[in-house]
Every structure is written in structure tokens, then in C-alpha cells.
Design a binder for this molecule. Structure first.
Ligand code: ZN
Ligand code: ZN
Length: 125
């Protein structure tokens, strides 16, 4: 992994932060570093490709979070962005379908969107 100064700044934000960040959040957090938004986008894409960051799209915005190469799926609250890890139990489904279509799977994606317990109560009141 090649860490340019800009990439290092972006990555450090995730290391001290368990929440999800979008490019605009990062721009705000790094406003004193004079980094272009396009540089932030490229850094995020790079870290996603390197399996350092995971990505989920919420309300049409791409949010990123630290995964450090681990295989993770999450349930994400679309109201407060709280996230909860879930075990990957879809290998069987993948094997069944790849066999049937003679398809070679290289990766997969799964995010469950909804409301956490706090937010679902707010919606009901
Ligand atoms: Zn919530
Ligand atoms: Zn999985």
C-alpha cells in the first residue's frame, strides 16, 4: 500500500473514528489541510480497492468505514448512521448460484439498511 501525505490524512480520520464518513465529511474535517475534494475521492477509492475501507451507499451518498482487510457486512441505520456488524452467511448462496451459471465470483457486497432501535422508536412517536 502506498501512502501519500493526503492518503495518510484521510486514513488517520478513520483510525480515530468508528463511524461512517463520506467525502464531504472528510473535506470538512480536513479543511485546514487544503486538500481537494477530488483528491479525497481518489484516496477513498484507493483504500476501497486495497480492502482497507468498506463502502455503503446511504441516501445516494457513498459512506466509508474502516475494515482493515477483514470480511465484514453491516446493518446501517439510515437515520443516525449507527452500524452493527453481521456475520457473512451467504457463501452457500454464492456457491449454489455460481455453480448453476458457471460463474466465477470474485467478491460480493451486502449491507442491510433500516432503523436502529432508538430511531425506530422516534419514527413511531
Ligand atoms: Zn439510528
Ligand atoms: Zn460476505
Amino acid at each position: 500500500m502506498r501512502l501519500t501525505p493526503a492518503r495518510k490524512l484521510v486514513l488517520n480520520l478513520f483510525k480515530g473514528n468508528s463511524s461512517l464518513l463520506c467525502a464531504e465529511d472528510i473535506e470538512k474535517l480536513l479543511k485546514n489541510e487544503s486538500i481537494y475534494l477530488s483528491t479525497i475521492y481518489r484516496a477513498l477509492e484507493y483504500f476501497e480497492k486495497e480492502n482497507v475501507l468498506g463502502k455503503s451507499t446511504i441516501n445516494k451518498t457513498a459512506y466509508y468505514y474502516l475494515i482493515n482487510g477483514e470480511h465484514h457486512h453491516f446493518m446501517i441505520c439510515t437515520n443516525c448512521l449507527a452500524r452493527f456488524p453481521i456475520d457473512c452467511e451467504i457463501e452457500n448462496m454464492i456457491n449454489k448460484n455460481t455453480k448453476r451459471h458457471k460463474f466465477t465470483a470474485t467478491s460480493h457486497d451486502l449491507t442491510i439498511y433500516g432503523y436502529c432501535n432508538n430511531c425506530v422508536n422516534l419514527q413511531n412517536n
